[in-house]
Design a protein around this ligand. Structure first.
Ligand code: IPM
Ligand code: MN
Length: 347
C-alpha cells in the first residue's frame, strides 16, 4: 500500500479548526481508497513565536523537506505578532525555499452555493507566480523615522521565473478549455511587464493550440466580475495574482470556498496546500469556520500525490454536501457538521 508523509502546520486561529477538519476527510479518503497518510503535526505559529521568538525552528525548512507534502491552515495573529513578521517567518519562506512557483487557485461555484454574480457557470483556474515579482522581498528603508525616510521595494522578474510560470499555465490550459489569459500592466510598467508580455508572445508561438489573450490587470479584474465565463486559465504575477484570487474567492461565494496549492512542478521539494483565507482570529475555535476551502486544498494535495481517484471523490463528496445545502450559508452549519457531511458522502 502506498503511504505518503504529510507535514501538518495548522498555524493560527481558524487554521487549526480547518486543518483538523480536512485531515479527518483525508484520512477517511485514505481508508476508503487504499492508501495511507502519515501525518506529523508542527506547532509553528504566532503562539510558537511568542514562546520561542521564531515562527519555526532554524532547521524548520530542512525538517519539512523530507515530507511528501505540506498541509497548512493559516498564519497570522496580528494583535500579537505583526503580519509582516509572521508571514515572512513561516509561509513565505516555505513557498520560496521549496520553489513552489505555481500557486494554483480554482474559482468556480460549488453546487448549492450562491455567489454574488448572475453568472453561475464560470470555471477559472488562476495561476499566480509565487516566488518572485513584487513579493521578492528585495528592498529597504533608510533614514528611518525621520522626515527624509525612504522606503524602496523592488519587484524582481527573471526570465527563468516568468517563463516557467507561463509555461505551467500553457500546460494547464491544454488540459482544460485551451484558453490562457496572461495578466500584466505593461501600459504603465514598461520594463517588467513588457518583458512578461514578450515572453507570453514567445511561448504562444510554441503553444499554437492554446488561445492566448494578454490583459491589463485592471481590465481583467473587471472581466472576472462582468464576464467570468469568458475566462479559463489566468496567469499573473505574485501581487496581481494575490489580488485577482481574492476576487475569484468573492465570486465563488467567499473565502470559505477558495482553495490553493503551492506547487513545485519539478517535484524537487514538497508542495504545500492551504486555503486562501487567513486565520480569522475573531471566529477562531468557535467551531464555525467553513472547512471546505481546506478540504478542497486537501483534494488538490491528493491529486498532486497521484491519488487522482481519491481526489475526485473528495470533491464529489464536497459537492454532494453543498448540493444538500450544507456549508452553503455562512454561520449556518458548524465546522464539524460540514466535515461529517463530507465524510458521509465519501464512498
Ligand atoms: C495569500 C495571502 C498571502 C499572500 C499573505 C498572507 C502573505 O494573502 O495566500 O493570498 O499574499 O501570499
Ligand atoms: Mn491573498
Amino acid at each position: 500500500m502506498k503511504s505518503y508523509s504529510i507535514a501538518l502546520i495548522p498555524g493560527d486561529g481558524i487554521g487549526r479548526d480547518v486543518t483538523a477538519a480536512a485531515w479527518t476527510v483525508l484520512e477517511t479518503a485514505a481508508r476508503n481508497f487504499g492508501f495511507a497518510l502519515a501525518g506529523a503535526e508542527f506547532p509553528w505559529s504566532c503562539r510558537f513565536f511568542k514562546d520561542t521568538g521564531r515562527m519555526m525552528p532554524d532547521d524548520g525548512i530542512e525538517t519539512l523537506r523530507g515530507f511528501d507534502a505540506i498541509l497548512l491552515g493559516a498564519v497570522g495573529w496580528p494583535a500579537e505578532v505583526p503580519d509582516s513578521v509572521s508571514l515572512h517567518g513561516l509561509l513565505l519562506p516555505i513557498r520560496k525555499a521549496f520553489v513552489q512557483y505555481a500557486n494554483i487557485r480554482p474559482h468556480r461555484l460549488l453546487p448549492g452555493v450562491t455567489g454574488p454574480l448572475r453568472a453561475e457557470n464560470f470555471d477559472i483556474l488562476c495561476i499566480r507566480e509565487n516566488t518572485e515579482g513584487e513579493y521578492s522581498g528585495a528592498g529597504g528603508r533608510v533614514h528611518q523615522g525621520t522626515l527624509d525616510e525612504v522606503a524602496v521595494e523592488t519587484s524582481i522578474f527573471t526570465r527563468a521565473g516568468v517563463e516557467r510560470i507561463l509555461r505551467f499555465g500553457f500546460e494547464q490550459a491544454r488540459t482544460r478549455r485551451g484558453k490562457l489569459a496572461s495578466v500584466t500592466k505593461s501600459n504603465a510598467q514598461k520594463y517588467s511587464m513588457v518583458f512578461w508580455d514578450e515572453i507570453t508572445r514567445k511561448l504562444a508561438a510554441e503553444y499554437s493550440d492554446v488561445a492566448v489573450t494578454s490583459y491589463h490587470v485592471d481590465a481583467l479584474a473587471a472581466r472576472m466580475i462582468m464576464a467570468p465565463e469568458s475566462l479559463d486559465v489566468v496567469v499573473a504575477s505574485n501581487l496581481f495574482g494575490d489580488i485577482l484570487t481574492d476576487i475569484g474567492a468573492a465570486i465563488q461565494g467567499g473565502l470559505g470556498y477558495a482553495a490553493s496549492a503551492n506547487i513545485n512542478p519539478d517535484r524537487s521539494a514538497p508542495s504545500m496546500f492551504e486555503p486562501v483565507h487567513g486565520s480569522a482570529p475573531d471566529i477562531a475555535h468557535l467551531g464555525i469556520a467553513n472547512p471546505i476551502a481546506t478540504i478542497w486544498s486537501g483534494a488538490m494535495m491528493l491529486d498532486h500525490l497521484g491519488e487522482k481517484v481519491a481526489a475526485g471523490r473528495v470533491m464529489k463528496a464536497v459537492e454532494a454536501a453543498t448540493a444538500r445545502g450544507i456549508g452553503t450559508i455562512p454561520g449556518k452549519d458548524r465546522t464539524e457538521a460540514i466535515t461529517a457531511a463530507v465524510v458521509a458522502a465519501l464512498t
